[in-house]
Design a protein around this ligand. Sequence first.
Ligand SMILES: CC(C)(COP(=O)(O)OP(=O)(O)OC[C@H]1O[C@@H](n2cnc3c(N)ncnc32)[C@H](O)[C@@H]1OP(=O)(O)O)[C@@H](O)C(=O)NCCC(=O)NCCS
Length: 187
Amino acid sequence: MDEYAHPGQPDKSGKPSSYARVSLSRIMTVVDVNLYGTVHGGVIMRFMDEVAGACAARHSSGTAVTAAIDEITFLEPVRVGDLVHVYAEVNWTGRSSMEVGARMLAERWDRADTEPVEVATAYLVMVGIDAHGRPRPIRPVLPETDADQRRWREAEIRRAHRLSRRDAIQAHRGGERGEVTYGDVPA
Ligand SMILES: CC(C)(COP(=O)(O)OP(=O)(O)OC[C@H]1O[C@@H](n2cnc3c(N)ncnc32)[C@H](O)[C@@H]1OP(=O)(O)O)[C@@H](O)C(=O)NCCC(=O)NCCS
């Protein structure tokens, strides 16, 4: 049953961009660092993924999983003691998938008088799933502001690129997804 209409159809059940906006903060500790003493990229990715997951779950009123993460960019190093904040918002919705934009800012522990620094950004494709782990229809997001409209249009461009890249690679392989055997790399 298609509980929610697809964007583009008249629909009253959509939620505005602000509805599922989520932010979460935490202080980075010594267990988060890499060999160089700055915070590990994987720790940053995980935190962004968690916040994006909460945002997607709120928007879609149910479980959502990460299908893809792209354009993750690490702009500045994060250090132990920094107070980091991740902000996430649904940029775009399809039938069962949504793109969530996430942004991480850091307050430097030793520079409390300065503005927070943008340290990482990412776009995550989250898919609403049912109890069997299968994609389920999600409600559309309704962009509110000019910035939300811009994010929607840019998300459409990224989706078109993602799907055409995937299709082109599959076509190159003769329609196969590419076999991965033990010890092989999925390249
Ligand atoms: C994500 C998942 C449910 C998709 O299942 P699937 O059978 O491939 O589903 P579909 O092909 O019908 O795709 C469902 C939607 O996801 C989108 N999608 C799937 N993979 C995608 C990718 N790599 N990039 C962009 N979009 C993707 C499809 O375009 C489709 O969007 P739409 O419904 O809005 O048009 C499935 O691949 C999965 O369970 N993956 C593991 C997720 C996981 O464990 N994540 C880590 C922990 S949260």
